[in-house]
Design a protein around this ligand. Sequence first.
Ligand SMILES: Cc1cc2nc3c(=O)[nH]c(=O)nc-3n(C[C@H](O)[C@H](O)[C@H](O)COP(=O)(O)O)c2cc1C
Length: 175
Amino acid sequence: MNESIDPRALFTLSYGVYILSTGYEGKYNGQIINALMQLTGDPICVAACLHKNNYTTELVEKSGRFSVSVLEDSVPLQFIGIFGFRCGREFDKFKECSYEVREEGLPLVVDYSLAGIEAKVLSVQDVFTHKLFVGRVEKAVLLKEGYPLTYANYHRVKKGKSPANAPSAIFNKVK
Ligand SMILES: Cc1cc2nc3c(=O)[nH]c(=O)nc-3n(C[C@H](O)[C@H](O)[C@H](O)COP(=O)(O)O)c2cc1C
């Protein structure tokens, strides 16, 4: 890495931890994502940054839609592992969780989830190793009250790691 970039400075940025899911021709898949944020308020748009090698990325490009499950603070590390450390090309993640199928075959994981958001892809931007999907939010539901898991607590409290495809994988080296 460029010596003038101190990864500890980037580690001060705040994020949540989410499952981003999609469905295409009856195949469901999803992955853990922290690189997700709301961009605008009227209309409401969000952005999600997905690694080019991920199966979820391939399916979101094909389906043009994605859902976001906002994970709660008490979500077990093992559950995060299903969506964040395994690839849906070799393993059916949706056999390991509870989910609802929303309009147009879009799955939404409901386990350990405080809220569900559904978005339609507006644009896709190439960002070196990743693709940035900007989506317009069409639905948002509150599933239960609680505290959302922050990315900082994922690392500090749960002692979780970031896999290679996470934009923040570099942080593993500074801990
Ligand atoms: C805490 C955490 C945060 C992550 N953040 C991202 C992210 O923002 N973008 C991304 O592309 N991958 C991220 N990942 C990695 C993906 O979840 C992982 O590569 C997943 O296995 C991809 O699955 P798939 O091939 O089935 O799509 C993250 C993983 C974890 C555990």
